[in-house]
Design a protein around this ligand. Structure first.
Ligand SMILES: *Cc1c(COP(=O)(O)O)cnc(C)c1O
Length: 402
């Protein structure tokens, strides 16, 4: 059976040319970038060229890019690093309620260590309101961290406006741009961003690679201590193969961005259009227009996200769900709940995230099998038959905690 991958927000395949280059820097060009002999200098040169490529993708200066092991480390580095370096100035951090756990759990950790965190609400589309950011600022606020684009529903936040507000108040602005970098045009200078997290494996680069952009002049402490790597800001022998792979992935992403995005957005819009027109009790999650080009997220009433995923998987289609039932937890997505969805509606959600390898034939196949699966699942649901009288229903039969 042909397998179709519609889960690009979880991870992407490594680009073939990137993989080839990574292998080259693991085998032939394996030097330690800190060594002064020719092997070391070869690796150093490649690391610095990658820094330029990452900087070019973000509109940053080369020396504002610090390599990390990915999005999670970047978020920890940015938030803890700024918090600890500026605690004399204040202990208040503003973030949103729909952040990735790499941000939310870092903030929860800081809350246990003397910091105060404000979690901003979002509207029904998963959008942060700039006025709410403004009203949350106190004279103790040192950092605002709002993600660029949400990983579940794809909503793109008013980054430039939040950045301008932070700048005017002398507060640092960090954005987790793991989903946006390489998939959406970003310019850190135009958008008033002080710190930005990106990750390699969400843009066809290797897993365990990433970068943190830190605007020159930002007061920040390292989080990982040891050698003098990354200008004393991030200790540990540079992952030269990974860094080189990340650099090439960024170069390709920049080059292909416009063409790729318009092609993927057309497929996204076809799915949204057809599902909305043909499938009853389907609700689009996320913003109708301000969303990532590859993101589709629907809630299907009277269906469990988990059953839907398993049935799609049996047809060769890999997607994901906003219901965390699949990961062994009974809690529905904190993002969908923050957007005001009930547990029932959040449980029946499906996320399809398109990437550069997807074709219209694959989308058509999804649109062919999805209604059949939904019909079958709904026919088995004791609640669906009663849907005519719109009785409040709990469609989840395996999860007993709500
Ligand atoms: C994937 C993701 C992360 C984590 O990145 P890793 O490189 O997997 O650690 C952080 N934030 C967002 C928004 C993500 O989508």
């Amino acid at each position: 059976m042909k397998r179709i991958y519609f889960d690009h927000s979880a991870t992407t395949p490594v680009d073939k040319d990137v993989a080839k280059l990574v292998l080259e820097y693991m085998t032939d060009k394996f030097g330690n970038a800190s060594s002064i002999h020719s092997f070391g200098r070869e690796a150093r040169r490649a690391v610095e060229e990658s820094r330029e490529k990452v900087a070019a993708l973000l509109g940053a200066e080369n020396n504002e890019i610090f390599f990390t092991s990915g999005g999670t480390e970047g978020d920890n580095f940015a938030i803890k690093g700024v918090a600890y370096a500026n605690r004399k100035k204040g202990n208040h951090i503003i973030t949103s309620s729909i952040e990735h756990h790499a941000v939310l759990h870092t903030c929860e950790y800081l809350a246990k260590n003397g910091f105060e965190i404000t979690y901003l609400p979002v509207d029904e589309y998963g959008m942060v309101n700039v006025e709410d950011v403004k009203n949350a600022i106190t004279d103790k606020t040192i950092l605002i961290s709002v993600m660029y684009a949400n990983n579940e529903v794809g909503t793109i936040q008013p980054i430039k406006e939040i950045g301008a507000l932070a700048k005017a108040r002398g507060i640092y602005f960090h954005t987790d741009a793991v989903q946006a970098a390489g998939n959406y045009p970003i310019n850190v200078k135009d958008e008033n961003i002080d710190l930005l997290t990106m990750s390699g494996h969400k843009l066809y680069g290797p897993k365990g690679t990433g970068a943190l952009y830190i605007r020159r002049g930002v007061r920040i402490e390292p989080v990982q201590h040891g050698g003098a790597h990354e200008r004393n800001m991030r200790a540990g022998t540079e992952n030269a193969p990974g860094i080189v792979g990340l650099g090439l992935a960024c170069e390709i992403a920049k080059r292909e961005m416009n063409e790729k995005n318009s092609r993927i957005a057309a497929l996204r819009d076809k799915i949204i259009r057809e599902v909305t027109a043909k499938i009853p009790h389907a609700k689009l999650n996320g913003h109708p227009t301000l969303r990532l080009p590859g993101n589709v997220n629907f809630s299907f009433l009277y269906v469990e996200g988990e059953s839907l995923l398993l049935n799609l998987d049996m047809k060769g289609i890999a997607a994901s769900s906003g219901s965390a039932c699949t990961s062994g937890s009974l809690d529905p997505s904190h993002v969908l709940l923050a957007m005001g969805l009930t547990h029932e509606v959040a449980h029946g959600s499906l996320r399809v995230t398109l990437g550069r390898g997807n074709t219209e034939e694959e989308v058509d196949y999804l649109l062919e099998v999805l209604p059949e699966i939904l019909d079958r699942l709904r026919a088995m649901s004791p609640l669906y038959g009663e849907s005519a009288n719109l009785k409040p229903a709990n469609p989840c039969s395996t999860c007993h905690v709500h």
